[in-house]
Design a protein around this ligand. Sequence first.
Ligand SMILES: *[C@@H]1O[C@H](CO)[C@@H](O)[C@H](O)[C@H]1NC(C)=O
Ligand SMILES: *[C@@H]1O[C@H](CO)[C@@H](O)[C@H](O)[C@H]1NC(C)=O
Length: 467
Amino acid sequence: MELCKVFLWSLLCFQCWWDSRCLALRGNDTRLYRHLFNHYNKALRPTSGPEDILMVEIGVTLTHIIDMNEKHQTLTANIWMTMAWNDSHLTWEPEDFGGFKALTLPAGEIWKPDIVLYQNVDPYFSGWSTDDTYIKVYSTGYILWEMPTVTMSSCHLDVSSFPFDSQTCVLKFGPWIHSGKELDMRSMADEGSLESFIDHPEWEVGSFKAKRHMIWYGEDFNIGTPYADVTFKLVLKRKSTFYVFNLLLPCLLLTFVMTATFFLPSNCGEKLSFGVSLLLSMVVFQLVLTDVLPESDNLPWIGRFVIITMILMAVSLGMSVFVMYACDSSMGARTIPDWSRKVFLKYVATLLLMGDLSKQGMAESVDSQGEHSPPDLTALSSVDNNKHNDNNTNSNDKATLALHHLVDNLQCVQQNLAGLLMHARRMEKNRALEREWRSLAKVLDRICMLLYLVTATSCLIAFATEA
Ligand SMILES: *[C@@H]1O[C@H](CO)[C@@H](O)[C@H](O)[C@H]1NC(C)=O
Ligand SMILES: *[C@@H]1O[C@H](CO)[C@@H](O)[C@H](O)[C@H]1NC(C)=O
């Protein structure tokens, strides 16, 4: 029994000795930690006096552009944040603590500035994931806090020169409640860092400049206070190759093909189906565009171009429908008004180097037929009647009867001929009318084509110089 007691006591003693030895071995950082945090309160701003302004340095490294959403006007990016400040409560002499010059601690242990991203739109964002990050404390009180994070920020995107546009996104970091009298900001460098940037297929970084501001807020509520911030201006240039080959080139090709529709004759139904299918493909392009772009009133030039093309195309198609209607034979003879014949077929046609089309219309065809009149058969028949009255003999009756019969037949033939002639003339007149309508349509189509060419090229040139 006694032996057992002695053994237990010696075990306990050994344990104590071992423990103390361990404490001595690894004692210096523990001692340092106790020294620093015995009277530390992480709720208080680490300055010596109330008038002191705490300076916070900030640096941003852009590593990846995850998404640039034109429709929702947001930029999602992966960035590495670096913040640094001097905590006057966390200083020590390294010699007193076995040469410890720095200490790495969980970020939750000490005071941190409430820096926010002003443009943040991420509803699930809750601070800079403070629980998982660590902080480095140097013996001078210098504190370095680095953390990787994904930010989703609002960004005003102006797509008016899509796909040759460049966008500027602003990332503004500043304290939310600490005013400029408590906390000041400055950037670690003139620019944000791009050293670990992963190339983006669509966007190319132009510049990433940093600038410090001191801005007054809350003046509307009479609590105007200055707040410091550091604003990073990210200029992104779109790599347009993808859109040039997949959107611009097909669109231009369609525009050229569309010029061909103006050469198709207006009375041919093919023109309508061809034009309508072109119009449909333009609508498809427009759908693709509206899918990519935000619903702003600032239409990009490519959208404007597609719409102008569609309008001109629709006008041309509407006109060919009108011409088909006018040429329809069931409409009867409806002539072109004199003024339009004069204006379009004579002057405009000569102006467009199509020659004077007013002369080859129906005027010529009517003139050439109007002169000839059929021979008069009634004179012959009246002569026969006189002969009949004079002789008044039965022997001649048969002959005269035959002669009458012949004259009647001839008259009948003449009447039929006259009818045929009238029909032919009417047909000729209709055909001439149709020809004239068609000429008019040709002239109008030529005008449309010229308008189309001029508008299309001027649009393209204007947009090219603008872009
Ligand atoms: C921290 O203090 C050192 C020495 O006083 C100074 O050089 C440095 O600029 C300070 N850093 C910040 C962020 O205030
Ligand atoms: C702690 O620091 C003292 C000097 O300040 C040194 O003698 C001692 O060896 C250190 N302890 C350890 C475990 O490094």
